[in-house]
Design a binder for this molecule. Structure first.
Ligand code: WTA
Length: 697
């Protein structure tokens, strides 16, 4: 029922699209179409996707008007590393070696270049310096407060890394030893990662927003020789005393028989002078007093491609965080290659990723991927909305950022503010935008594209996970049209499949569970100390596949649409939180008898944490108690895991065998009361009504 004006506009849009498509078609027609089709047949996998993509390029996709395609401009495509689907197919075939093998249905053991010797720090620094980039800026650092900034060239960075490597060796850190890093986004954070890598030590970065209990849990698991931290940090207007948190964690670890030899502390004078810091003589060491005394050269420790590079803990569907272990060679090749192609990286780019190095994104796409490519990287200590919502664009203009990579939650929070915060900055330097962490809703995508990128910067919506080490499904920004909200197609060598609940692959238009059919170089090799859990969690659910834990659908053009987690993991502002972790924090509160946590839609965070709490017998609800429950979660996990809502629950809906019916809780939490489904199998069906009544208490 369009008005004639709207009909006219719709027709014009279609005509424009047709024009663009025809333009592409003409370019395509210069290629040998027959050969193109043949190469499709030889395409190692996912031929379904490829013929669909082919249809788009040949203009057939136009048949349907609901197609929401956003093309890269001709100028962009022309200069891109990969500028057409055809080139992508060719490269997919020639980069076939990236694909290792399909997963055996037995023991899982992934290896890449085993026996080859390498060092990722060497490849990030020495190699770039030797090839003439010694004076190129490696890091532009921007502090929490505007006006505070610093930078390091590649050769200055190498000097600092070597000094820290020498220090670590001197205090007894050897190849294979763990080092825990609990630092804010100072330059010292990537320096510490690289220094560990240089001497073959295994770093485990713990996000500096984690509480002392979470930090202790990780220290107890990986038993580091050294913990590297900072006395305090300013986040927005607040000062956070990191050293106190570390002290509490170390006291907790000591109770569990784990003693850490050295706590190396960076004195952050901006936040707090050393006089204000609690100190343990004999264990605590000031970074500034000792590290700069060491030589600025340090021999590289050559490690096997399969030697561990780092451990990163991530949340799963059961209580204990999992130590995801990445090794050196495959991860290195994978993070470097994905970075180059998904962002169409060129040596003249200035790259900024807003993620913290405490998450995988900060590992692969703040430190390793960009530096392996010799990029100039912006490292930002602060929060993107301090002092105001224009901070990001201020930084973009200041450093002439060309590639800007962030999370949908930030896009959504900035979208709520006036566009003037964006438009008062030039942003002319930008050429590629990126998104990661959760599905980006089409409206946020459009705002990011139109307002931030002035409708000229392609968006790479990169789907991947801590476990995958690097991008798995991602646009190559010049190669094919994008659809807002879709991560599009697999990276070279990756074979995504969608399976039904029986584990049978579904072809064509479908939705189901996202699995990966083959291994790839960046894949994690094990869960630290628990290979059995690795196999059970990821490879048992669907035999012969790696199970991602995500739902996914594929449209008629073969585009992939990620639909979110299908397990008990909640994605809050792009941070993975296991419902079980929050529940166990809640029940540790003396007044909480039972808790069940589900995710609910949240306008800014993507998902919010909704907790149903049953109190111990006779305990009355109160606002004070609600606060104290939330505080317990903050203290045990971190502020980012604090429940958004506590729903008092005299009882929880359970099956007769005692299993909590989360399906019903999710419906109650999202107020979809007409979709509660069958409640007759519940042990006590009346609890559902009780819960509905108490929803707004
Ligand atoms: C989600 C972050 C949709 C997904 C790199 C995945 C995404 C989990 C996207 C991994 C995306 C990440 N579109 N969903 N572009 N990127 N996810 O381990 O649910 O912190 O399983 O790694 O985030 O989170 P993780």
């Amino acid at each position: 029922c369009l008005s004639s004006k709207e009909r006219c506009r719709a027709r014009c849009q279609t005509a424009n699209l047709l024009g663009v498509l025809l333009g592409r078609r003409i370019r395509m027609a210069t290629d040998n179409k027959l050969r193109f089709v043949t190469s499709m047949l030889e395409f190692p996998s996912g031929a379904g996707n490829i013929s669909a993509l082919n249809a788009i390029i040949l203009g057939e996709a136009l048949a349907s008007e609901e197609n929401d395609l956003v093309f890269p401009s001709d100028d962009f495509a022309r200069q891109a590393h990969v500028s057409s689907p055809q080139q992508y197919f060719e490269m997919y075939k020639s980069l076939h070696a990236l694909r290792i093998s399909t997963f055996a249905k037995g023991n899982i053991s992934i290896q890449w270049f085993k026996g080859g010797l390498t060092n990722i720090c060497y490849n990030c620094l020495d190699r770039n310096i030797e090839s003439g980039n010694a004076d190129k800026i490696a890091i532009y650092w921007e502090g929490n407060d505007p006006g505070l900034q610093d930078s390091l060239t590649y050769s200055q960075l190498l000097d600092k890394v070597c000094q820290l490597s020498n220090y670590l060796k001197d205090v007894g850190v050897k190849k294979g030893d763990a080092v825990v890093i609990y630092l804010p986004m100072l330059m010292e954070l990537p320096i510490a990662m690289l220094a560990c890598a240089r001497i073959g030590a295994v770093h485990s970065v713990v996000f500096a927003g984690y509480s002392s209990e979470s930090l202790a849990q990780r220290i107890i698991d990986c038993k580091p020789k050294v913990v590297i931290t900072c006395n305090a940090v300013k986040r927005g207007a607040k000062v956070i005393h990191l050293k106190d948190i570390v002290d509490a964690a170390l006291a907790e670890s000591a109770k569990n028989g784990i003693s850490v030899d050295v706590c190396l502390t960076y004195e952050n004078q901006i936040a707090l002078k050393r006089e204000g810091t609690k100190w343990k003589e004999g264990k605590d060491v000031w970074w500034q007093d000792f590290v700069p005394k060491y030589p600025t050269t340090c021999e590289v420790e050559w490690v096997d491609a399969e030697d561990p590079l780092f451990l990163l803990y991530t949340s799963g569907s059961t209580g204990k965080p999992k130590g995801v272990l990445h090794t050196t060679g495959g991860y290195m090749v994978y993070s470097a290659t994905t970075f180059k192609y998904a962002f169409d990286y060129k040596p003249s780019d200035v790259y900024w990723c807003t993620a913290d190095c405490g998450w995988i994104t900060g590992h692969s796409y703040v430190t390793y991927g960009p530096m392996l490519n010799g990029a100039s990287v912006v490292v930002f200590e602060g929060t993107p909305t301090y002092p105001d919502a224009g901070r990001c664009w201020d930084i973009v203009d200041k450093f002439k950022v060309t590639i800007f990579y962030t999370a949908p939650t930030l896009v959504r929070s900035l979208m709520r503010e006036s566009n003037e915060h964006v438009t008062r900055y030039s942003r002319k330097s930008l050429r590629v935008l990126g998104s990661v962490g959760e599905p980006i809703n089409p409206s946020a995508w459009r705002w990011f594209f139109n307002v931030v990128g002035d409708s000229r910067c392609p968006i790479s919506d990169t789907w991947w996970q801590t476990e995958t080490g690097g991008f798995m499904i991602t646009p190559l920004p010049g190669a094919w049209p994008q659809k807002p909200g879709s991560a599009t197609f697999p990276f070279f060598g990756v074979q995504p499949v969608i399976v039904d609940e029986k584990g049978v692959e579904i072809e064509g238009v479908c939705s189901g569970y996202l699995c990966i059919k083959n291994s790839w170089p960046g894949a994690f090799r094990t869960l630290y100390g628990d290979h059995e859990r690795y196999e059970t969690t990821y490879f048992k659910p669907f035999a012969g596949y790696y199970f991602t834990g995500d739902g996914c659908s594929r449209d008629k053009d073969g585009y992939h649409w990620l639909t979110g987690r299908v397990d008990d993991v909640i994605n809050v502002s792009g941070h993975r939180i296991g419902t079980a972790e929050v529940e166990s924090a809640l029940v540790s509160h003396p007044k909480c008898a039972e808790a069940a946590v589900v995710g609910v839609e949240h306008e800014v965070k993507g998902q919010g944490i909704y907790a149903f709490v049953t109190l111990v017998e006779g305990e009355p609800y109160s606002e004070e108690l609600r606060k104290s429950l939330v505080l317990t979660v903050r203290n045990q996990i971190g502020a980012f895991a604090a429940p958004d809502k506590i729903h008092w629950a005299p009882g929880l809906p359970k099956t007769r065998s005692g299993k909590i019916m989360r399906r019903i809780l999710r419906k109650i939490a999202s107020k979809q009361l007409d979709e509660l489904g069958d409640t007759s199998t519940l042990a006590e069906p009346h609890v559902v009504e009780q819960l509905i009544e108490l929803a707004d208490r």
